[in-house]
Design a binder for this molecule. Structure first.
Ligand code: HEC
Ligand code: HEC
Ligand code: HEC
Ligand code: HEC
Ligand code: HEC
Ligand code: HEC
Ligand code: HEC
Ligand code: HEC
Length: 669
């Protein structure tokens, strides 16, 4: 489009030369001038036509030849992102730099983040060697059984922001991908076993790597494709008989990664009509919507959020028949449709009674799946739509994902592109502006302080910290809940979910919070047990909680705001204990948080070392801690189970740890 405009201007100028010349004193015969004008305008017409041809030229796609992995190919009414670039360079560029684009990629030197320089990884039950041969990334897997030693090419990658998973061509059919049982963490520049990266009982198994290989074989085409690609189809275009005859059809997506048409709908018609320059200029000049394409920003708030909800939610298939439809044809939902009427997909809600009677018959009780807290609040990351639709601001107001996020960085935004791409928030929406855009009464600093009972500049006056606290879990960290809710001790008691006050005031009891909530907000204090009155809330969750709660507390003990409010001098014994947790993910987070405490910046430890090494690290951490606190007379309080001399109250501590909730659990992030 820019090229076209430039050509247009150049040609006008050139075409005007003879006219100007004729008007001026330079002698040019009228015939020459007319001839020049006609030639130039003819040239102009030819260029316009050929640019259109050039713009519309289908992108070169060598995918049809690929046989060892799923392929990406624009088909049907889809045209692919390359077809949008010429007319929408800014939207294309901002999308290009987003993590949506790089969610699924063909493995290449550009996309692979992990270290493949002849790296050897020794797991519990199998060894892996990662290496490169020319352009190819390879994994040699030795399943302790020499018969199985095999080398597999890495063909695809998943993720690019926090961590990356790798898919190996296992040979049988293009969709028969095997997952590499290791993931690469970007910040830490480190490989960890895949089973360690999740809160999942898989890590408790005897042979976890093998279990991952088995459980995840073929899963890209069956599961990940739903949310990690644009219009994916596990067995594209075929029908059942046909596919059976060929031993399985080919897995296809319009595009790997989440591209334009995932959010704007198929674009063929839009591209076709806008090839007409007159229509195009009319559209550009007018403020009218272009009805041939969907712009989520023009949809009502609920319809717009559903565009995101197609992936950022807990999804089930309605019936086996519906699932079959999906397998061959992909989802029939398109942006702008009513997601609740999707004939194939069903969005799980957090409680059975919230779900309509047409819900799938065999749906599990959400409160019993690890994805939800027992009151129905979503607990797993990446499922923000589930939180949004249970929020009062959505149900009684017009809150949508786009109230806070933007999918294309606005022009004129001074942030660096990668700063924006991290969470894709609109400018200023990482603070109270996100809420006061509607709750205007809190804009004023006095009114804010009156509401929060903290200084206007305190972290305790940030709306998010009390109403969207870090109680969601995923990607080895705590993430802000996307269900807007208020601190409640009663909810903490009933669900085990940390409330915002105790998650920041890590050294205070539930009774302390209940008392303040009663005095400040007239919320009646519930009846509390002895422990809830005497022991800090965070300590109860860290020692007695389930793996998910322990992970949240391990994270909170390294959270800057929490350390400011509660001091950073007493958490080490807890993190040291969690270095011995049964769940790999909890141990990983505990070690990362520990290193944020004074004296521990260079505390080296392998969270997956054998149990005796973990026990030694626990003791080593306690020694570092007692040394670091001897000099200063630090204030310890009884609720954190440390006496005034800095000695841990062992009996109490061990009593709680013994009673921890160790039922196997999985948070399906
Ligand atoms: C229901 C939709 C959905 C399905 C199905 C799904 N994911 Fe995801 N996944 C997401 C969303 C949404 C995020 C972003 C979460 C976030 O940033 O908190 C994500 C994030 C990730 C990340 C981290 C990405 C990064 O850049 O750090 C990885 C790795 C990942 N998923 C792997 C998988 C694999 C492997 C599968 C298939 C076994 C899968 N996911 C299935 C929706 C899904
Ligand atoms: C993850 C969803 C998503 C993807 C992927 C996406 N968009 Fe958008 N697009 C949006 C949303 C939401 C808006 C509304 C404004 C905003 O959020 O920035 C929008 C707005 C637009 C607009 C209207 C002008 C504007 O900036 O408001 C154009 C044009 C557009 N997108 C083109 C594209 C193109 C071209 C691509 C691919 C190269 C693309 N979009 C990829 C969600 C998406
Ligand atoms: C030949 C030029 C052309 C191509 C190619 C093109 N568009 Fe557009 N598009 C336009 C024009 C013209 C408009 C209307 C003016 C504007 O918003 O810039 C528009 C508007 C839009 C809008 C905003 C609609 C609204 O009502 O607010 C979106 C979203 C959009 N295009 C997405 C896409 C996507 C996605 C693709 C690729 C599949 C694409 N466009 C390809 C010319 C084009
Ligand atoms: C086709 C599925 C899909 C759609 C549609 C989609 N997303 Fe995503 N989104 C993902 C996946 C998968 C990720 C993980 C990408 C990553 O972080 O590597 C993600 C990541 C994100 C992130 C985190 C980016 C980061 O890494 O910091 C935000 C924010 C987000 N999406 C918001 C939205 C919003 C808002 C919409 C709707 C306008 C939307 N998404 C539509 C699948 C989708
Ligand atoms: C009221 C504002 C607000 C709304 C509405 C909102 N978000 Fe967010 N979102 C945020 C903030 C703030 C963050 C950064 C949180 C953090 O630092 O952990 C975030 C982070 C995210 C992330 C990245 C999480 C991570 O750290 O990996 C995703 C994905 C996301 N939002 C998706 C969505 C989707 C999808 C919707 C709509 C269903 C939505 N958000 C609605 C404010 C909002
Ligand atoms: C798009 C507008 C909008 C945004 C943005 C918004 N809200 Fe709301 N919120 C509302 C509306 C409307 C209600 C319902 C008010 C009513 O029923 O009186 C509401 C209700 C609430 C309630 C009270 C619920 C109750 O049970 O009475 C709380 C708390 C709240 N919002 C907090 C927040 C916080 C914190 C943010 C920012 C993270 C936020 N809201 C962002 C519109 C919004
Ligand atoms: C220190 C914690 C804290 C902070 C920070 C905080 N709130 Fe609240 N907020 C509460 C509590 C507690 C309630 C009472 C909930 C109840 O009655 O159940 C509440 C209630 C509300 C309500 C519903 C009742 C009312 O007073 O209108 C809204 C709306 C609200 N908050 C919005 C906000 C907004 C907007 C911000 C940021 C400008 C904010 N809150 C910051 C703790 C906080
Ligand atoms: C994100 C962190 C954060 C959250 C959430 C938070 N506070 Fe605070 N709070 C602080 C900080 C920091 C101070 C120190 C003084 C200041 O900055 O205002 C403080 C001070 C206090 C004080 C006075 C000092 C003291 O220790 O006695 C009380 C009481 C208090 N907060 C209660 C609460 C209650 C009740 C809630 C929940 C409704 C809450 N806070 C939520 C960070 C937080």
């Amino acid at each position: 489009m820019n090229l076209e405009a430039l050509l247009f201007n150049v040609l006008i100028c050139v075409a005007l030369v003879p006219v100007v010349a004729a008007l001026g004193r330079v002698k040019v015969s009228t015939r020459t001038a007319v001839g020049a004008i006609v030639t130039l305008w003819l040239g102009f017409a030819i260029i316009i036509v050929s640019t259109q041809f050039f713009l519309a030229k289908p992108p070169v796609n060598g995918e049809a030849k690929v046989t060892n992995r799923p392929i990406h190919l624009p088909t049907g009414n889809y045209v692919g992102s390359a077809a949008c670039q010429s007319c929408h360079p800014h939207n294309h560029a901002t999308w290009y730099d987003s993590y949506h684009r790089t969610m699924t990629q063909v493995a290449s030197a550009k996309s692979v983040l992990g270290n493949f320089n002849n790296v050897r990884l020794f797991g519990k039950d199998l060894d892996v060697r990662l290496f490169k041969e020319g352009e190819q990334f390879l994994a040699e897997i030795n399943l302790s059984n020499p018969r199985f030693t095999s080398t597999y090419p890495v063909v695809m990658t998943t993720g690019s922001h926090n961590r990356q998973a790798y898919w190996l061509a296992a040979g049988e059919t293009p969709n028969d991908l095997m997952i590499l049982p290791y993931m690469f963490l970007k910040d830490e520049q480190k490989w960890i076993p895949r089973h360690s990266a999740y809160i999942n009982a898989m890590c408790l198994q005897e042979r976890p790597e093998l279990a991952v290989l088995r459980a995840d074989r073929g899963r890209w085409a069956q599961v990940c494709i739903k949310c990690h690609a644009t219009h994916g189809r596990p067995l594209a275009g075929g029908d059942e008989l046909d596919n059976l005859a060929r031993g399985g059809g080919a897995t296809q997506a319009v595009e790997f990664g989440i591209s334009c048409e995932a959010c704007h709908g198929p674009g063929a018609e839009h591209v076709r009509v806008n090839r007409n320059p007159i229509r195009r200029y009319q559209q550009r000049l007018g403020a009218e919507p272009d009805l041939t394409i969907v712009n989520p920003a023009r949809l009502p708030h609920d319809r717009s959020s559903e565009v995101c909800g197609q992936c950022h939610s807990v999804i089930e298939h309605r019936t086996t028949e519906a699932q079959k439809q999906w397998v061959y044809n992909g989802y029939s939902y398109r942006p702008g449709d009513d997601l609740a009427l999707d004939p194939i997909r069903f969005i799980m809600r957090g409680r059975l009674e919230l779900m309509p009677p047409d819900r799938p018959k065999d749906i599990p009780n959400p409160a019993e799946t690890g994805s939800f807290w027992s009151d129905g609040m979503i607990r797993a990351s990446g499922r923000e739509y589930n939180g949004l639709i249970e929020s009062p601001c959505f149900q009684r107001g017009k809150l949508s994902c786009l109230s806070c996020h933007e999918m294309h960085q606005a022009r004129g935004d001074s942030r660096k592109r990668h700063e924006w791409a991290d969470d894709q928030l609109k400018f200023g929406m990482d603070g109270n502006r996100a809420c006061v855009q509607c709750h205007e009464g809190f804009r004023n600093a006095d009114q804010l302080a009156k509401h929060t009972h903290h200084g206007a500049d305190s972290a305790g006056s940030n709306c998010y910290n009390c109403h969207m606290p870090f109680t969601t879990y995923g990607i080895l960290k705590a993430i802000r809940s996307h269900q807007i809710d208020s601190p409640s001790v009663k909810a903490s008691q009933e669900t085990g979910r940390p409330n915002a006050c105790n998650q920041c005031h890590l050294d205070k009891t539930l009774a302390w919070t209940a008392d303040r909530l009663e005095r400040w907000y007239k919320i009646p204090a519930p009846k509390l047990s002895k422990d809830e009155q005497e022991v800090a809330g965070s300590v109860l969750w860290a020692l007695r909680g389930d793996a998910g709660q322990r992970a949240l507390m391990a994270w909170s003990y390294g959270w800057e705001d929490g350390l400011k409010a509660a001091g950073n001098h007493w958490q080490a014994p807890y993190l040291a204990q969690l270095l011995e947790d049964r769940y790999d993910a909890v141990r990983f987070i505990a070690h990362r948080s520990l290193r944020r405490l004074p004296g521990f910046h260079d505390f080296e430890h392998d969270f997956n070392a054998p149990p005796d090494v973990r026990a030694a690290a626990h003791q080593r951490a306690l020694q570092v801690w007692s040394k670091s606190q001897q000099a200063g007379k630090l204030p310890f309080t009884r609720p954190v189970l440390i006496d005034t001399k800095g000695r841990v109250l062992e009996t109490e501590f061990q009593r709680l740890w013994k009673h921890r909730d160790d039922r196997p659990m999985a948070i399906n992030e």
